[in-house]
Each structure stands twice: as C-alpha cells, then as structure tokens.
Design a protein around this ligand. Structure first.
Ligand SMILES: Cc1cc2nc3c(=O)[nH]c(=O)nc-3n(C[C@H](O)[C@H](O)[C@H](O)COP(=O)(O)OP(=O)(O)OC[C@H]3O[C@@H](n4cnc5c(N)ncnc54)[C@H](O)[C@@H]3O)c2cc1C
Ligand code: HEM
Length: 414
C-alpha cells in the first residue's frame, strides 16, 4: 500500500504522468534496448515494438496500477498483474531484471518530464514502481515454484513430429519430448512461448495456445501465417510455416496463461473468431478427455468454412461431449457440410439460446471480443463471468479496469 507521504504526490502528478506515459514508455524502450541490445535476443518481441503495442501496454499498466493505488488502495488490480506475470514467466524473466527496467524507466521519466521530477516526485514514483515490481516478482516466483522450475529452466527442446495444414493459412505443429523428463501438465486454455532463431541470428519469442489436452508426450499448437499486406510479413509465423519441418527441434517454454477453464461445474460458452479458435480447441480437448457432461456451447465466427481452422478436431470433440453444441457464423454465407448450426454474417447472440449461469471465454480480434462482451453485459451476464484472451499485448484490459475512473488508462486504448 502507498505510504501517506507518497499518496498526495502521486495524486497530484498522476494526470501529468498519465498524459506523457506513452512518450515515457517509448523513450524507455529506446533507451533500454540501446543499453541492453541482448534483450531482443529471446526476450522481447520486436514485432510488438514495431507495432508499438508493447509500449502502449506497459504505459497503460503503470497508469492503471498507480490510479488503482489511489482509488482502491485496499485491493491490487489482480487481473492486470496476473496477465503480466504469466507472460513474464513464459519468457523466464528474473527478479534482477527489474532493476534494469527501473533504471531505464526512471531515466525516461526524467528525460520526458524534466524539472517537474523533483526529488519528492521521484521518490513517490519509485515507491509505485517497487510496489508493482514486487507484486509481479512474487507472482512470478509463485508460478515458477508451482511448476518446479527456475526462470532459466522454463525452456525445453522438442522435436516436430507432425506438421498438418489446417487451412490455407494455418498449420498445426505436433511436437514430442526428446528427453526423459516428465512433461509438465498444462491447464486448459494455456499457451507456450516458442523461441525461434531468426535468419539474422536473433531469437524471437512468440506465444501459441495449446490446442490439445496433455498426453504426457506431446504438445500441439496451430499457427496462422501473418501476412504483411503492405507492412513486413510476420517473422515467426512465416518462419514456422516455411522453414520448420518434421524432425526439426523447437525451443518452447512451459505452459503459462491465466485464462483457463474454471472447474466449478458451471455451463461453459466459448465465443471465438478466426485463429481465436485455438484456446477453445485446447479447452474442448481437455473437456472431452475428462468425459465432461457439462452444458457446453461453442460460438465461432469465420470468413467461410474453408477458413475455419481445427474444425474437424473441434467438432469431433463437440460430438463426443454429451452436453455440447456448436454454432458457426460465416461472413460469406451459411453454407456448410458439417454437422453444425450455421448462420450467415457476423456472430449474433440473438441467433442462439445461451445457458443460464454460464462462464464465458472469448478469443479473437479485439473489436470482436468487445462487441461480444458488450452484448453479454446487455443480457445481464456479470463481467466477472467473462474472460478473454488477447493474441498480443493486452491494450483492452487497462481500459476495462479504469472504466469508472476517467483519466488514467485512456492511453492504453490504442
Ligand atoms: C497469449 C497468446 C496466445 C496466442 N496464440 C496464438 C495461436 O494459438 N495461434 C496463432 O497463430 N497466434 C497466436 N498468438 C499470436 C502469436 O504469438 C504471434 O503474435 C503471431 O504469430 C504473429 O507473430 P509474427 O512473428 O509472425 O509477426 P510479427 O513479426 O510479430 O508481426 C506482427 C505485426 O507487426 C507488423 N510489423 C512487424 N515488423 C514491423 C515493422 N518493422 N514495421 C511495421 N510493422 C511491422 C507485421 O506486419 C505484423 O502485422 C498468440 C499470442 C498471445 C499473446
Ligand atoms: C514493474 C515492472 C514491469 C511492468 C509494469 C511490466 C509490464 C508489462 C506489460 C503490461 C506487459 C504486456 C503483457 C500482456 O498483455 O501481454 C509486459 C510484457 C513483457 N515484459 Fe514486462 N513489465 C515489467 C517488468 C519487466 C521486466 C523486469 C522485464 C525483463 C526484461 C520485462 C519483460 C517483458 C517482456 C519480454 C514482455 C513481453 C513483451 C512482448 O511480448 O512484446 N518486464 N510487461
């Protein structure tokens, strides 16, 4: 909790920091990578830096954390922290790196705000930083120790044993362990970080959701090829599609991720669009493996049937689950050859009957998830019953946390 000395200083300076936080985050990363170029090798995602999404996510998270210390001092923004801690753990971040981030962040704060950063102001923001840093360090320590690993040992080598085209743009990779250590279990909905050596010698990490329940030997994930359409093509997805073949080795982290299936026995509704089907496929695979009798509804939107990745696997799991049904929406019309209820156009909750008291899991482009979440809230679904996975730095969460606190967090809207 913030000290009595720092509280009024943070309250007074939060608006000016919030107004400049994106500029601070940009200067911070430029300075950080200037001082520590090795952080691009296997740690930071340079696509997110080029897109500026990581700068915005960092800025949003700090602004939200500080404003929450002022507005709800008795409670930390757990959801925000847990998403970051899982991402950090999947990259093997260590406590000592928090000093490096601290020094570069405070360099950037002074660089942007100049004389406004009096010793009193610096001390108050230093306190905010370490409150947030220790909250993250403690969660990350818990995540590492729960899996019985150290940050350096989250990584392991796997061998690609199957590479299966799902659609024109999506390929499934099935990898097998190559050592005799036990394969750690995953929770339904989690992702791994895959770390790939790029042609310029720099390793680049990317997250991929697991699409199958554990079998003690394999992991499976599906990758959509990211086309540049005027910008550079996605480097890791294209590398995985074009260069990684059966028999090759891949470096992958243990599974992490906080959007996981709740086992409270309540009905489940999955709503996905496009490649957002992957965590749903993983959760359905776990449910099928467990022989679940829960009421389960899959709502999936795609361009057309040919673009619907993992449709064979997902619909086979739905068929095997006695309480499950699926509805799909195709932008190009309601044509299907599958045993599924098909609708034309974009996903519309009016087309379906949803179970009472369900838990909702969303994954897809941000506007899709925002529309579905709003429609659910219109129907009186409690916000706490809706979880969502974002395939990139989360630029939405910061705004959700601050929905009732105008000012802070607005920069995170992107
Ligand atoms: C929790 C989580 C789960 C995920 N699960 C999956 C999954 O199951 N399946 C899946 O396919 N993906 C998944 N993703 C997304 C995945 O991690 C990658 O982001 C995705 O594969 C794109 O990576 P890339 O290296 O191909 O693209 P990048 O190289 O990172 O490029 C991303 C974007 O940045 C642009 N860009 C890159 N460099 C520049 C530049 N210099 N200037 C301008 N623009 C630039 C590109 O044009 C592109 O639009 C997930 C992400 C997260 C966070
Ligand atoms: C208080 C300190 C820190 C804060 C507030 C913070 C905040 C964040 C946020 C908001 C994200 C995006 C999470 C998401 O939605 O996916 C993130 C990701 C990340 N963080 Fe941190 N972080 C901190 C410390 C660190 C440290 C010490 C390191 C180590 C060098 C680090 C490395 C990373 C990396 C590599 C990513 C993933 C970046 C990407 O995928 O583009 N962070 N962090």
């Amino acid at each position: 909790m913030l000290s009595d000395r720092s509280r009024p200083v943070i309250e007074a300076t939060l608006p000016v920091v919030a107004d400049h936080i994106e500029e601070i985050a940009t200067r911070f990363y430029t300075h950080l990578f200037g001082e520590h170029p090795e952080l691009f090798d296997g740690v930071f995602n340079r696509g997110n830096q080029a897109e500026r999404t990581q700068q915005m996510a960092l800025a949003g998270s700090v602004a939200v954390f500080a404003s929450s210390l002022i507005k709800v001092p008795e409670q930390l923004p757990e959801h925000l922290l847990s998403r970051i801690a899982h991402k950090h753990a999947s990259l093997g971040i260590i406590p000592a790196q928090y000093d490096v981030v601290h020094d570069n962040l405070f360099w950037a704060i002074v660089d942007v705000l100049g004389d406004a950063v009096t010793p009193e102001v610096a001390a108050a923001w230093d306190e905010v930083y370490w409150l947030m840093a220790y909250a993250l360090i403690n969660q990350e320590r818990g995540l590492y120790s729960a899996r019985g690993v150290r940050p350096e040992t989250v990584w392991r080598e796997w061998e690609v044993v199957e590479k299966t085209p799902e659609t024109d743009d999506v390929v499934t990779f099935r990898v097998r362990r190559i050592d005799d250590r036990l394969v750690k279990t995953s929770l339904p909905g989690q992702y791994v970080t895959v770390q790939v050596p790029m042609p310029d010698g720099v390793r680049q990490p990317r997250q991929y959701s697991l699409t199958r329940a554990d079998d003690g030997e394999h992991r499976q994930f599906a990758v959509k090829r990211v086309r540049g359409d005027g910008k550079p093509d996605g480097e890791v997805s294209n590398f995985l599609h074009d260069r990684v073949q059966i028999g090759d080795r891949l470096t992958m982290s243990l599974p992490f991720g906080d959007v996981v299936l709740d086992d409270s026995g309540r009905p489940v509704v999955f709503a996905s669009a496009g490649i957002g089907i992957t965590p749903m496929a993983g959760m359905l695979s776990h449910l099928a493996a467990a022989g679940s009798h829960l009421p389960i509804t899959l709502l999936h939107a795609d361009v057309d049937e040919a673009s619907f990745a993992l449709r064979g696997q997902v619909l086979a799991d739905i068929e095997a689950l006695p309480g499950a049904n699926a509805h799909v929406w195709y932008e190009r019309g309601a044509q299907t050859s599958l045993p599924v209820d098909v609708h034309a156009g974009v996903l519309n909750l009016e087309d379906v009957k949803l179970p009472d008291d369900a838990l909702y899991y969303l994954c897809g482009p941000l506007p899709f998830m925002q529309a579905v979440r709003s429609a659910l809230i219109e129907r009186d679904v409690a916000p706490r019953d809706i979880q969502y996975e974002v395939f990139g730095p989360d630029l939405w969460q910061a705004d959700l946390v601050t929905e009732d606190t105008p000012g802070a967090g607005r920069h995170a809207a992107g």
